[in-house]
Design a protein around this ligand. Structure first.
Ligand SMILES: Cc1cc2nc3c(=O)[nH]c(=O)nc-3n(C[C@H](O)[C@H](O)[C@H](O)COP(=O)(O)OP(=O)(O)OC[C@H]3O[C@@H](n4cnc5c(N)ncnc54)[C@H](O)[C@@H]3O)c2cc1C
Length: 306
């Protein structure tokens, strides 16, 4: 029984590992060049993985990837799925650049999320390295020193990065349209630091670039910053569903995540989803890995001859 797994982050890798132990044959289709997903470039210590205190996301990813590479799992990198259709006993997946479609008895979507920006900020960020969308950039660790930084957003990532930067001699203005949604310990720590200016109910500034300065304009005032970090949260990578035949596109939640039951089954029989692409209450590596495992177990049960 072949299980096509889209995405080689923690959810996809864990699902492939579990498929092997249930006697299924996983084939992993990864869009990028690497294993590991979002944590691959997270230089912060991993907060949620019990048993590895202080280990960074990067180090954890290396550990998971090393184990994964030793498994007999067929993994295609730089793979673009260009079509998914229902076929007798499963699905046919057309892969860009390959003549022969892949036949799979089940499909597991484990495509994760990407940082959310706005079209204007994404356009500016493409031409200016001092505007960074989302937390996964080594420039935050390696290049921001003794700087004035504007952070847009009021969640965990915004405040965690304000603290990270303040500890390294930077000043941060955190600007959020409404109240702060970050965890209480982050808020309390930020309030104790002189280098951090928390501004709630703050209108979103208009951003322009002037040489090495990022200029933020609010009604009636403007200020230049050395860096802008946009921490607006994440969007699920459900764009992959556009290549699924309309009759087999799984239902989404109101927030645009893949809707699944407790067994990680989507609304379409034979299609499962795991990890951050689903609407999970606490996105994390252990959650994604547990969901990948559950999806494999569900496939094994659902495909077993009755
Ligand atoms: C800054 C930051 C810090 C975090 N800190 C922690 C932490 O300390 N501890 C913790 O446990 N969790 C942490 N998390 C959360 C954790 O990274 C995620 O919950 C976890 O990576 C989700 O795994 P996933 O496999 O669902 O998705 P991802 O890790 O996002 O992996 C998805 C994979 O799918 C691929 N993909 C996308 N679209 C396609 C497509 N169409 N076809 C094929 N492949 C595709 C991507 O390239 C990627 O490899 C953090 C996240 C961030 C962003």
């Amino acid at each position: 029984m072949i299980v096509a797994i889209l995405g080689a982050g923690p959810a996809g890798m864990s699902c492939a590992n579990a498929c092997l132990s249930f006697g299924l044959s996983p084939v992993v289709l990864e869009r990028g060049d690497h294993l590991g997903g979002a944590q691959r470039s997270n230089f912060h210590p991993n907060l949620w993985m019990l048993g590895f205190p202080g280990e960074s996301g990067e180090a954890m990813t290396q550990r998971l990837a090393e184990h994964y590479r030793a498994l007999p799992v067929l993994t295609h990198y730089r793979t673009q799925t260009s079509g998914v259709a229902r076929q007798a006993a499963g699905f046919s997946l057309a892969l860009a650049g390959l003549d022969t479609p892949l036949h799979a008895n089940a499909v597991v979507i484990a495509t994760g999320t990407r940082p959310r920006g706005t079209p204007e900020l994404e356009k500016l960020a493409a031409g200016n390295r001092r505007i960074i969308i989302g937390p996964l950039s080594h420039a935050i660790r390696d290049h921001i020193q003794g700087a004035n930084v504007l952070i847009l957003g009021g969640g965990d990532n915004a405040l965690d990065h304000a603290l990270f930067l303040a500890e390294r001699g930077n000043h941060a203005v955190v600007c959020t349209r409404a109240g702060l949604s970050a965890r209480r310990p982050f808020i309390e720590s930020c309030l104790l630091r002189r280098e951090i200016d928390l501004r709630t109910n703050c209108p979103m500034p208009r951003i322009t670039c002037d040489g090495d300065q990022v200029v933020a304009r609010w009604p009636g005032r403007e200020r230049g910053f050395d860096w802008l970090l946009v921490m607006y949260g994440y969007l699920p990578n459900t764009d992959v569903l556009e290549v699924f035949d309309p009759g087999i596109r799984p239902a989404l939640t109101g927030g645009g995540y893949l809707h699944v039951d407790a067994w990680q089954r989507s609304s379409v029989p034979g299609i499962y989803a795991a990890g951050d692409v689903t609407d999970t209450p606490q996105p994390s590596v252990p959650t994604a890995m547990a969901q990948g495992l559950t999806a494999a177990r569900a496939v094994e049960r659902d495909l077993a001859p009755s």
